[in-house]
Ligand binder design. Structure first.
Ligand SMILES: Cc1cc2nc3c(=O)[nH]c(=O)nc-3n(C[C@H](O)[C@H](O)[C@H](O)COP(=O)(O)O)c2cc1C
Length: 230
């Protein structure tokens, strides 16, 4: 299955058709997925728009409500797992959009975020239409191997990732937002980090490795997320 090609054509879908979807493909895809951290339990529910508080100004026929055990890195893990699903759905003609501004009506302490999804004919674009930071802004020096991460979606398009070259890969950092932005983004930027790592993983499926080092360099203005080989 070529998920990587979806990275260069995908966009957050905010325009849906009401067509029914075979939900079995979601369960099947997830049954075989690689998480970032195998020790974190997570689960999901498929909800209809009536079961969700939607504050996005647009809506979708279906929502995936994502839940996780709250262990270290659970938000990165959710981003990592479900961005792979999002790329898969896109390959099946199903558009999706992470939706921080929507939440399940039924309260659950494990709730992390929802993803809107549905069939669509408006969910692709040309790679030149991505609005993204330059490669030199997201790394200590330009490296085309980071293009999949550069193109990743993020909350309010904040693109909070920074990649510092190491001998055999990258140390990965998350931008520290100013105090005003932090209130909103602290719930989402760690998910964005997992999403960017998912793009690097699907593009480098055989070689990708993730670990959290105890002795990673501190970088002013950033917090350390982990280290990767790609
Ligand atoms: C964690 C997260 C939360 C998001 N929340 C919303 C949202 O509430 N409403 C919305 O319209 N888009 C939301 N988005 C989509 C982003 O705005 C979008 O990814 C970004 O602007 C880049 O555009 P693209 O995904 O089309 O490349 C969210 C994305 C992420 C990753």
């Amino acid at each position: 299955m070529d998920l990587a090609s979806q990275i260069y054509v995908r966009k957050s879908c905010r325009n849906y058709l009401d067509d029914e979807i075979d939900m079995g493909i979601i369960k099947e895809f997830l049954s075989d997925i690689n998480p970032l951290n195998e020790e974190i339990n997570y689960y999901y529910e498929i909800l209809t728009k009536e079961e969700v508080n939607v504050r996005t100004g647009w809506s979708a026929p279906y929502y995936l409500a994502l839940y996780s055990e709250k262990k270290d890195n659970y938000m990165e893990n959710i981003g990592f797992v479900f961005q792979q699903l999002s790329l898969f759905l896109q390959s099946q003609g199903i558009g999706s959009c992470w939706a921080g501004m929507a939440s399940p009506k039924k309260k659950n302490p494990d709730s992390v975020i929802v993803i809107a999804f549905g069939r669509s004919d408006k969910m692709t674009r040309d790679v030149s239409d991505f609005k993204r930071k330059g490669l030199s802004q997201i790394s200590d020096f330009e490296d085309e191997r980071l293009i999949p991460a550069q193109l990743a979606p993020s909350a309010m398009n904040t693109q909070p990732w920074f990649f510092k070259h190491t001998d055999d890969g990258f140390d990965v950092y998350q931008v520290k937002q100013n105090i005003l932005k932090r209130q909103v983004l602290k719930r989402w930027n760690p998910i964005d980090m997992g999403i960017a790592l998912a793009h690097l993983y699907v593009e480098n499926e055989d070689s990708f490795e993730f670990e959290i080092k105890n002795d990673a360099d501190e970088l002013k203005g950033y917090t350390y997320t982990g280290s990767i080989k790609i």
